[in-house]
Each structure stands twice: as structure tokens, then as C-alpha cells.
Design a protein around this ligand. Structure first.
Ligand code: SF4
Ligand code: SF4
Length: 135
């Protein structure tokens, strides 16, 4: 009994660790893992369906700020902002979207001291409007 226990201890000491030293070593995930997602505002029509259907209440519809070229199909100039801290990554929003506007990624490293939201990622999908010179 004691000999077998000693064997186990020695095996444990000299074998490689089975755990990954995260975050020093990045954990591998499947390419289709549900990670950070955000709306492509070239496709979004501002219908709010994703926000209505979100079970975690993680999506807020916001006005697209002035200075962006918004497609005519989004007459109300609104878009969804995802709060990644509230999100449970069910991808309900992705599947209900009638225009397939969501860009999906397998990015899971979202911890930050600031608020983690999709606002900037979505706004970066559309061009800034040209500023016309006055006069
Ligand atoms: S993945 Fe699920 S929880 Fe996250 S924003 Fe979409 S619907 Fe809401
Ligand atoms: S469901 Fe799709 S089109 Fe509708 S607001 Fe959400 S992202 Fe935009």
C-alpha cells in the first residue's frame, strides 16, 4: 500500500502538469466557440429584435451618433450595443436577426477594468460621413 502511494507521489512530481497556465498560456477553443459578437451596421436595420429576444437583457438599442454614414434601410438610425458582462453567449441575437447582421468571433478574453461593450466595434463597421466645408 505504502509503496504504491509513493509511486503515485513520484509520478506526480516528475510528470508534466495537466493544467494550462492561463493566462500565460492561451487556452485553445473550437473555432465555432461563441465569443464576442457585434452588429455590422451596414446590414443592421435597427429593428430591435435582437434586444427584445435577448434573455439576459444584455442589448440596448442606441442612436447612431452624428457623423456616420448610416444605410437608408436603418431609418431610425439606431443600433444594438451588447454588454459583454451581462451576455450569456447563447447567440439568440445572432439567430433571430433578420438581416444576419451579427459578426461572430470565438474571442473569449473579454475581462477588462472598463465596461466591455460592442459600441466601438459596431461603429467601426460604417464609414465616417464627409464633413462638408461651410459656405
Ligand atoms: S448572445 Fe444571448 S445573452 Fe448575449 S447578447 Fe446575444 S441574445 Fe443576449
Ligand atoms: S436584429 Fe439584426 S437588424 Fe435587428 S437591430 Fe438587431 S442586429 Fe440590427
Amino acid at each position: 500500500m505504502r509503496v504504491s502511494l509513493l509511486k503515485e507521489v513520484l509520478k506526480g512530481i516528475f510528470s508534466k502538469p495537466v493544467t494550462i497556465e492561463y493566462p500565460k498560456v492561451r487556452t485553445q477553443v473550437e473555432v465555432d466557440a461563441r465569443g464576442r459578437h457585434y452588429a455590422d451596421l451596414n446590414k443592421c436595420i435597427g429593428c430591435s429584435l435582437c434586444a427584445i429576444e435577448c434573455p439576459a437583457n444584455a442589448i440596448v438599442m442606441e442612436k447612431i451618433p452624428e457623423g456616420y454614414e448610416v444605410p437608408k434601410t436603418n431609418a431610425r438610425r439606431i443600433y444594438p450595443v451588447v454588454d459583454y458582462f451581462k451576455c450569456v453567449y447563447c447567440y439568440r441575437c445572432v439567430t433571430v436577426c433578420p438581416t444576419k447582421a451579427y459578426i461572430t468571433t470565438s474571442e473569449y478574453r473579454l475581462a477588462t477594468s472598463a465596461k466591455a461593450e460592442s459600441r466601438v466595434l459596431s461603429l467601426n463597421t460604417i464609414a465616417k460621413a464627409e464633413v462638408k466645408p461651410v459656405g
